[in-house]
Design a protein around this ligand. Structure first.
Ligand SMILES: Nc1ncnc2c1ncn2[C@@H]1O[C@H](COP(=O)(O)OP(=O)(O)OP(=O)(O)O)[C@@H](O)[C@H]1O
Length: 354
């Protein structure tokens, strides 16, 4: 297993993407933690500018280098170099990088939506949460990165593909959300054998080549599960905060806990838990039936020491024929209101952390 000295040696030659000096020169490796029994290496790196496509690329390099060196899993947290350190090197960044520093994605907050297994409603929640944030006046983007089925376009009733202008991809806008799905680029939704690193490259392209404009929040609908692909992706994600989706059954919560643990292991803060398919409410009697059991959401939230952001009942949204969007709840639908409440809690959490 790697030692701290070896980790510092391996990473020391990688460059700060903006300053073009090695991380050794910039004193950019701020901490290294090694959990030998789990072969887990956790590093904190300081670079000139965080939450950028460049950070994403560096992140991928760090994961590659450490895994080649023998690490089983890698957690990376980025922070910005202090102004004094930056001032010392600033002269070395050239004009085009100065442009990059102003790139609109610099200010965006990433929120990834994860689940322990498929079918729990991760895509449904991603779509409705993105729309709820947009309804609250935020500028929102959504990346459908669920390689096991690109369901977001269908769920939102999107029937057109994004316009591609040269190198630039213009996302499709629907309900005030800018959407990009891998499904847009896969012919007839053909199944593809995706490997984590490949998905990482496509994600990187989505960060770089999509004309997102000025965004406040970029949501990522992640592939479900806690296997290799999910782990690879977690390691490549930008400094995103994570929301974990579960159904109310205690065993489902147990599986979802592994997704939460993976987030924490890869240094992603968990914003909260959303329990989906919580109950079915009879229209006649108003009585709630707990078809999938009870207690999974609160239990998971307690285990991950994070808030339970909300519970979504079973049911179908009402939509009209001409504006067909099978999974989108309207603003005044009771479930639409629950999503609004969740979106408000999410905004509050970001505001509190600033
Ligand atoms: N609250 C709900 N009430 C009724 N049906 C729901 C609810 N949430 C999700 N569904 C339905 O359950 C199915 C699975 O949902 P969804 O695709 O969002 O799950 P997922 O976790 O993203 O699955 P996967 O990752 O396997 O794609 C869909 O048909 C969706 O319409």
């Amino acid at each position: 297993m790697l030692t701290e000295v070896q980790v510092r040696e391996l990473l020391g030659t990688l460059e700060d993407p903006f300053l073009h000096r090695s991380l050794t020169e910039t004193n950019g490796i701020t901490s290294v933690t090694i959990k030998e029994e789990k072969k887990h290496v956790s590093v904190k790196l300081a670079i000139a500018k965080t939450n950028t496509p460049e950070q994403m690329q560096l992140q991928m390099k760090v994961v590659d280098v450490l895994k080649e060196g023998g690490a089983g899993s890698v957690g990376i947290r980025f922070e910005e170099l202090p102004p004094e350190a930056l001032a010392q090197f600033r002269g070395t960044a050239n004009e085009s990088e100065a442009q990059d520093l102003l790139s609109p994605l610099n200010k965006v907050e990433f929120i990834s939506i994860a689940s322990g297994k498929g079918g729990v409603g991760k895509s449904t929640v991603s779509v409705n949460l993105a729309i709820a944030l947009a309804r609250l006046g935020k500028k929102v983007g959504l990346i459908d990165a669920d390689i096991y089925g690109f369901s977001v376009p269908d769920m939102m009733g999107i029937d057109k593909s994004p316009v591609v202008r040269g190198q630039t991809i213009i996302p499709v806008e629907r309900f005030g959300v800018k959407v990009i799905s891998m499904g847009f680029f896969v012919e007839d939704n053909m199944p593809v054998v995706w490997r984590g690193p490949m998905l990482g490259k496509v994600l990187d392209q989505f960060f770089r080549d999509v004309e997102w404009g000025d965004l406040d929040y970029l949501l990522l609908d992640l592939p479900p599960g806690t296997g290799d692909v999910a782990l690879d992706i977690h390691q490549m994600l930008p400094a995103s905060k994570e929301i974990v989706i579960t159904t109310p059954h205690p065993t489902a919560a147990f599986v979802a806990a592994r997704a939460g643990a993976m987030a924490l292991q890869t240094d992603h803060e968990v914003l909260g838990v959303i329990e989906n398919m919580s109950w079915f409410e009879s229209k006649e009697t108003g009585k709630k039936e707990y078809l999938f059991g009870q207690g999974g959401g609160p239990k998971l939230a307690e285990e991950l020491q994070t808030p339970l952001l909300g519970q979504i009942p079973l049911g179908q949204p009402d939509w009209n024929e001409e504006d067909f969007a099978p999974s989108v709840y309207l603003e005044n639908h009771p479930t639409g209101k629950i999503y609004e409440d969740i979106a408000q809690q999410v905004l509050k959490q970001f505001a509190d952390k600033k």
